[in-house]
Design a protein around this ligand. Structure first.
Ligand code: C2E
Ligand code: MG
Ligand code: MG
Length: 780
């Protein structure tokens, strides 16, 4: 039934009804002015209006029966009081009317308190305290103005006087609640505003009424009060049925706008006025003294209690805030700030002992994969399980655990006495990762990389610094292949500093034209003929120092700077080749080899970069060799295959650099479009005295023959090595014996020297002597 009723009462209808109630109120008020004698009838009609509105609201909105019963009771009590007061004699009239009103008022307070509580979710102890303090202040004013002076008068009974005077104190909480209602919502709607207007009109009416009863203002005061009351019913009815009344009955989502100052002012006023009156109006009788004394004492006690309560609440929330700031909410573990604080406190004492407190920084390996594949909820679950395991394990050795960030946990072990001991205790904790983790999505294994750092003996240092050490060590553990531990030492710090310095200087080095290419010839072992050369980058800093690529290429890779540097090197090498060919410094078929780092190959634009460089330089693609290492093919084989194939399709050839040092997987040679293997210089080095190197090189050369691959031996430094390579049938070679990498300007003389040597008739039988070969090439 309610359902159909609710369907019929759409927002438009409700709004019209609400405005109609206001209109009815206006008509009733006008009637009252015209026929003051019809007062009781008009009051009864407006009361019925309110009751009807309450029933309508019950049907239209989701309001509980308690609220409706309260509304109906209030209306009924006022109505009955009105009728009863008209029936009794003059002296008791005030007592009868006031006592009914009092009950109705009390109910109204409860009702509005309920509304406020429903809307803001709670009515705090502070709210209630403030209400009572304001009411008590009102009572004291009433006592001194309305009651005490008229006690014993013949016009009204004393009870009537007291009850009459209660209007003021009882209205105080109503005012307070009305204000809370108005400011309790971010945007008070029509209903809220009407409800508050109703409360205020009621208060004004009550006060005028009370004043008239005792101070004899004249009949006009009654008229004003009654006029107010008629409007109270009308606006309350309008408030109840307006569509925005939903806002009144629903919890608010907005923040409360009534902040502390408003309240403090209200409470202070409620204290200042009665206290001023207390001093201004002399004590009239012993009863007066007692009432004033008791009331003032009660007020004082209440204010004291309120102060105590609010201070305690403030301290409590401060504590909560402080606690929240120090704990991680996913795991409940302390956070980094908390553990650092704890460590700093410990450090203040520990330097007197032999203990070397340590940090173990655990970082979960590839945690991002878990988040990406299983979702963040599963990620959080993993974090919680790991946290609990670490906490348990740490507690057995007297250490504390904190969650420092996403997938990072920091353990403070205050008891370690040496870095070695720290490492073994960290290893113990690391074993919590050996068991699989059971979470909702199933069972999974997770590992962690651990950085261990111990404080130096007798040398206190800030906990933050120790944390930085642990962090550096942790990255070292990651670099070393993850799922392992690394102990911090000074060299790590030096490496980090160096790296940072290089990184800073590297930015802008290209713009400042600080890079240069050096070129190392690659010769045919059989004839000594120069087949091509490898371009090797050098960085000349503005202070004149030269940085080797081994130092800055890894940094450039990490920072992504390798892309522009690599592109520059490619174009520069090709342009150089073109110039030399035109100038006749090198023969027509001479090739150039350019090193390419994995990061460059990952760039989908790489093939177009190569194509553009070839076009701009006008070099035949067949003359370009790109030297790549195995790592990219292992880490990201699919991407590597596509990129290399696209480059290969242009006619560019691909060499596998440093062969023998990495995985040296034969399957790579099959899967990827590779035309050349460069035997790493480590094997060439061992060629003359290591059986192993010899057989390895023999195997590689055999493999090259069967797969029709070109073989280049790197790092040839002695004639014996060259002879051995020749004996094994190695096609070509490069190395300091033949020539160091030389700057472009030295290429002409280098090539000339090499060629005159190759033309020497006895080259084939002796392959020359080391001195004669290196004669012109020591330019590096
Ligand atoms: P790589 O490609 O294996 O280059 C050979 C390295 O061995 C060069 O070192 C070269 O100077 C050195 N070398 C040549 N002959 C001998 C010898 O007989 N004995 C010894 N001990 N060493 C010899 P370099 O120039 O310091 O380059 C180191 C690495 O830096 C290169 O190894 C290459 O991986 C990388 N690199 C150099 N230039 C570039 C570049 O333009 N881009 C990229 N991505 N990497 C480059
Ligand atoms: Mg190379
Ligand atoms: Mg190499």
């Amino acid at each position: 039934m309610t359902h159909t009723c609710r369907e019929r009462l759409d927002n438009r209808t409700l709004a019209i009804l609400s405005y109609a109630a206001l209109g009815a109120g206006a008509v009733l008020a006008l009637c009252f002015i015209a026929f003051p004698d019809a007062r009781t009838t008009l009051a009864a009609i407006s009361m019925l209006l309110l009751i009807a509105a309450a029933l309508l609201a019950r049907c239209a909105f989701d309001i509980g029966p308690k609220l409706v019963v309260a509304l109906l009771s209030i209306g009924t009590i006022y109505l009955v009081g009105e009728v009863m007061a008209a029936l009794v004699d003059d002296t008791s009239r005030l007592a009868v009317a006031a006592s009914f009103d009092m009950v109705a008022n009390a109910l109204l307070i409860v009702l509005i308190a309920m509304l406020v509580r429903r809307r803001s979710g709670h009515l705090s102890v502070g709210d209630i305290f403030d209400g009572i303090i304001i009411a008590l202040g009102g009572w004291m004013i009433s006592w001194m103005i309305f009651i005490q002076p008229f006690l014993g008068s013949s016009k009204h009974s004393d009870l009537g006087l007291v009850l009459n005077a209660m209007y003021l104190p009882m209205n105080m909480p109503l005012l307070a609640l009305g204000t809370l209602l108005l400011f309790g919502s971010a945007r008070p709607g029509f209903s809220t505003r009407m409800a508050v207007v109703g409360v205020f009109l009621n208060v004004i009416g009550d006060i005028v009424y009370a004043l008239e009863e005792t101070q004899d203002f004249g009949a006009w005061a009654f008229t004003v009060a009654d006029f107010m009351y008629l409007w109270v019913y009308a606006v309350s009815a309008a408030a109840l049925i307006h569509p925005s009344a939903r806002q009144l009955f629903e919890p608010t989502t907005g923040t409360r706008r009534l902040r502390l100052p408003g309240r403090v002012i209200a409470t202070v006023v409620a204290l200042v006025i009665p206290v001023s009156l207390l001093t201004a109006i002399p004590v009239a009788s012993p009863t007066d003294r007692i009432v004033r004394g008791v009331s003032a004492l009660a007020l004082l006690l209440l204010v004291g209690a309120r102060l105590f309560q609010s201070t305690r609440a403030a301290l409590h929330s401060q504590d909560r805030l402080a606690e929240m700031a120090l704990t991680d909410d996913v795991t409940g573990l302390p956070n980094k700030i908390a553990l650092i604080e704890q460590t700093d406190a410990l450090i203040n004492d520990v330097w007197r002992t032999d203990a070397q407190p340590s940090f173990f920084l655990f970082d979960l390996d590839r945690f991002k994969n878990i988040n990406d594949s299983l979702g963040h909820q599963a990620g959080d679950e993993v974090i919680r399980v790991v946290a609990e395991r670490l906490r348990l394990a740490a507690s057995t050795i007297g250490a504390s655990v904190a969650r420092t960030s996403g997938d990072e946990f920091l353990v403070l072990d205050p008891h370690t006495t040496s870095p070695g001991e720290a490492l073994s205790r960290a290893e113990l904790l690391h074993s919590v990762f050996s068991e699989p983790l059971t979470i909702n999505d199933g069972v999974l294994f997770i590992s962690a990389s651990v950085g261990v750092a111990s404080m130096p003996v007798h040398r206190p240092m800030p906990a933050e610094e120790l944390f930085r050490w642990a962090d550096i060590a942790m990255y070292r553990a990651k670099d070393a292949g993850r799922n392992c531990l690394a102990l911090y030492d000074q060299s790590m710090q030096d490496r980090v500093s160096l790296r940072m310095r290089v990184e800073t200087e590297l930015h802008g080095a290209l713009d400042r034209r600080e890079f240069r290419l050096f070129h190392q010839p690659i010769v045919e072992v059989r004839s000594g003929r120069v087949l091509g050369f490898e371009a090797l980058i050098r960085w000349f800093k503005d202070d004149g120092t030269m940085v080797s690529p081994a130092e800055f290429i890894p940094v450039a890779e990490e920072t992504g700077l390798i892309a522009p540097i690599g592109s520059w090197a490619l174009l520069e090498a090709l342009s150089q080749l073109r110039t030399w060919t035109i100038d006749g410094i090198v023969s027509k078929g001479t090739t150039v080899s350019v090193n390419v780092s994995p990061r460059q190959l990952e760039d989908p634009n790489f093939p177009s970069i190569v194509e553009e460089a070839l076009q701009r330089s006008g070099v035949d693609p067949h003359l370009l060799w790109l030297e790549v290492t195995e790592s990219m093919m292992i880490d990201n084989p699919d991407l590597a295959k596509v990129t290399l194939q696209r480059v290969r399709d242009m006619g560019v050839r691909i060499a596998l650099d440093d062969f023998g040092t990495g995985y040296s997987s034969l399957s790579l040679l099959q899967q990827f479009p590779i035309q050349r293997i460069k035997i790493d210089r480590a094997f060439v080095n061992g060629l003359t005295d290591s059986e192993h190197s010899q057989s390895l090189i023999r195997t590689i050369i055999g493999l090259g023959e069967s797969m029709r691959l070109d073989i280049v031996a790197e790092g040839v430094e002695t004639v014996e090595q060259l002879k051995a390579l020749r004996a094994l049938g190695c096609g070509s070679a490069q190395g300091f014996l033949i020539s160091h990498p030389v700057p472009a300007e030295a290429m002409r003389s280098t090539i000339a020297a090499l060629e005159s040597l190759a033309a020497w008739p006895e080259f084939a039988s002796t392959i020359g002597g080391p001195l004669s070969l290196r004669r012109n090439n020591d330019q590096n």
